[in-house]
Design a protein around this ligand. Structure first.
Ligand SMILES: Cc1cc2nc3c(=O)[nH]c(=O)nc-3n(C[C@H](O)[C@H](O)[C@H](O)COP(=O)(O)O)c2cc1C
Length: 212
């Protein structure tokens, strides 16, 4: 992937098609991603709605290999502790196949996170001592959609939070004032984008009042 035109890449994908085909891409190539392209997807994040237009966000793209290895070690540790029971449950024949696929992909990410060329963290100011995660998630979704548009693979993760303070400090953030909310591993995808598995809108759409 050389000679990318940063200004034009991703500008022609219809919005709704992009929304419908943005799924978690957790199998990533280790090839480098231009920092200008990472900047572009983060800029999309800054157009998100946010309370009082306070724009509380920070986007920190960790690209140096040794730093990614450090983060991956902590992420894997959390994953092993919290997800291992679910991994056992997934061995049961009754476990739904789409959930099993999802779990396998999540495990793959945990085992290969150090190879993802970009570990993008989204952090934000706290308010009255509370993390404002709800102010960050629209921005995070915009970043995921922008990755889809430019052809980068990405997924939303939060498992790093079990080591949140340690990682925040490692990134130069104050865990009390500007904690990280999400880690978005980004890279060129090994697979392809496509429609995620979702139940029909007819199971969750109502007019005027909910009828059961
Ligand atoms: C708040 C939140 C936290 C998440 N944390 C993780 C995570 O730590 N690790 C991970 O692999 N995926 C994480 N995910 C991604 C979901 O697992 C993913 O959206 C779900 O598996 C559906 O996958 P799909 O979007 O590809 O259909 C998280 C998603 C949300 C909304």
């Amino acid at each position: 992937m050389v000679n990318i035109d940063i200004d034009s890449i991703g500008e022609d994908l219809p919005l709704l098609e992009g929304i419908r085909t943005t799924r978690s891409i957790r199998r990533l190539l280790p090839d480098p991603v231009p920092v200008e392209l990472v900047r572009k997807v983060c800029e999309a994040g800054t157009f998100a709605p946010n309370g009082g237009n306070r724009q509380p966000w920070f986007f920190i793209a960790v690209m140096e290999q040794a730093r990614r290895q450090y983060i991956a070690r902590l992420y894997r540790d959390t994953f092993e502790r919290y997800i291992s029971p679910a991994r056992e449950a997934a061995k049961s024949p009754d476990f739904p196949p789409d959930k099993r696929r999802n779990m396998k992909a999540a495990i793959h990410l945990a085992e290969h996170l150090h190879e993802a060329p970009v570990h993008l963290f989204v952090a934000g100011w706290t308010r009255r001592g509370q993390p404002q995660t709800q102010a960050l998630f629209p921005a995070i979704q915009n970043v995921l959609l922008a990755c889809r548009a430019v052809g980068l693979g990405a997924s939303l993760t939060t498992a790093h939070r079990a080591h949140g303070a340690e990682i925040d400090e490692y990134l130069g953030l104050d865990p009390e004032k500007t904690p990280t909310a999400a880690l978005i591993p980004i890279g060129w995808p090994r697979g392809r984008y496509g429609r995620p598995t979702r139940r029909s809108i007819d199971t969750c759409f109502f007019v005027d009042r909910v009828d059961h």
